[in-house]
Design a protein around this ligand. Structure first.
Ligand SMILES: [Zn+2]
Length: 391
């Protein structure tokens, strides 16, 4: 029985009360981590006859060496694996997920998502048992996001009240609490009836003073304006109520603010039939951001969180996101960059996002040619994470 089957049969997470599943499952998670550590294969493998996505297109057939977890220089003495001309991509990066358990992590890895940026998890430490497991997706997390009193997020099951921010005077304490909980980045929920400008700005400045990237959740034009005024590093989602205008898109560029449109999630929310919300607005907004030259990252909002009405599936949704980005005007090469080199740079993960010597050996082997047809990314043959084959 393979490890994945073992996890599913014997240690499937209870269908998730948010934030509690991981804590209750930490013992089996540790057991899986030990089992995986014992299964690490030979340290040097040469993948021969691969066409490599180099950030601009596909190379001719060549050899890529996995050497003790990183991309190596020499194939001498390595075990050779003929890949038959298949395409090798840098491991895919999903810039917006909400992971709760091993099942989600396993699905991400199986679909070639080798790094996932969690954009809210609680209680503190919920993801700790899921970090650093050989052969599974590398996680970074925001921990508890900052929300306004009475906001919908503050009412989610198990949401910690330490995430509720009353005003700007609490900004430093909020950020200090997240750093104490080992959050990798800071997330702020910026909604129309949510945190006011002074509070969003104070939170942003407090986090950036301590060298942390600031993520804003913004789903309306007003919220995007507030996030841009505060100077956040990234804005997640894209408005459904009105397309991002050319003037607003130019503000993204001037402020070096990256966009994580999560079109997969916006497509789902638009389908709920809320008056005034239209997927066409989200698509047009991405087109405007692209035209202005804003940095666009692929993120899905994959989640299984109770209380959230749309649940994009872990892993598979990133391939849908790439298709939607292409539909909104990105070239296939730009879409592939949005899930590889661009998020690596934007999240300061300088050891990944490109297949070059010294980088982590996060690799995805796919059939077909995703530069010719982005849907080819779905045909995942094999995945390596930190040089360990996912199975
Ligand atoms: Zn989210």
């Amino acid at each position: 029985m393979c490890v994945n089957e073992w996890i599913r049969r014997d240690f499937a997470m209870p269908a998730a009360v948010a934030g509690t599943a991981v804590a209750t499952a930490s013992a089996p998670v540790a057991a899986v981590a030990r089992a995986r550590a014992r299964r690490i294969p030979a340290p040097r493998v040469a993948l021969t006859n691969v066409r490599v996505f180099d950030g601009n297109g596909l190379t001719g057939p060549r050899t890529v060496v996995i050497d003790h977890g990183v991309i190596g220089l020499s194939a001498v003495g390595a075990r050779k694996v003929d890949c038959g001309g298949a395409v090798l991509l840098p491991g895919l990066i999903d810039s917006h997920v909400h992971v709760r358990d091993m099942t989600a992590l396993d699905a991400l890895a199986a679909h070639g998502v080798t790094t996932a940026l969690d954009m809210a998890s609680f209680p503190a430490g919920a993801l700790t048992p899921l970090r650093g497991i050989p052969g599974l997706t590398d996680l970074r997390s925001a921990g508890t996001p900052a929300v306004a009193p009475g906001s919908p997020q503050s009412g989610l099951p198990t949401f910690p009240q330490s995430g509720v921010v009353i005003g700007p005077e609490q900004a430093d304490a909020f950020v200090a609490a997240r750093l104490a909980e080992h959050a990798d980045h800071i997330k702020i929920i910026v909604d129309d009836s949510g945190l006011d400008q002074a509070t969003v700005t104070a939170l942003t400045e407090a986090a950036q003073r301590l060298g942390r990237l600031v993520m804003a959740h913004a789903t309306t034009a007003t919220a995007v304006d507030r996030a841009l005024t505060a100077g956040v590093d990234m804005i997640h989602h894209v408005p459904l109520d009105a397309p991002v205008t050319a003037a607003t898109a130019a503000r993204y560029v001037r402020g070096a603010t990256a966009a994580v449109p999560t079109l997969t999630m916006m497509e789902g929310f638009a389908g709920l039939g809320v008056p005034g919300h239209a997927y066409a607005s989200a698509r047009a907004g991405v087109a405007a951001l692209h035209k202005a030259g804003a940095l666009i990252l692929a993120g899905t909002d994959a989640n299984a969180t109770p209380g959230i009405p749309v649940h994009p599936p872990f892993g598979a949704s990133l391939h849908r996101e790439l298709e939607l980005l292409v539909d909104a005007g990105l070239s296939t090469v730009e879409a592939l960059r949005a899930a590889t080199a661009s998020p690596a740079r934007a999240f300061r993960l300088y050891d990944r996002g490109a297949i070059r010597p010294g980088n982590r050996a996060d690799l995805v082997l796919v059939d077909g040619d995703p530069v010719a047809d982005i849907r080819a990314t779905r045909a995942v043959q094999r995945v390596w994470i930190g040089g360990v084959a996912h199975s």
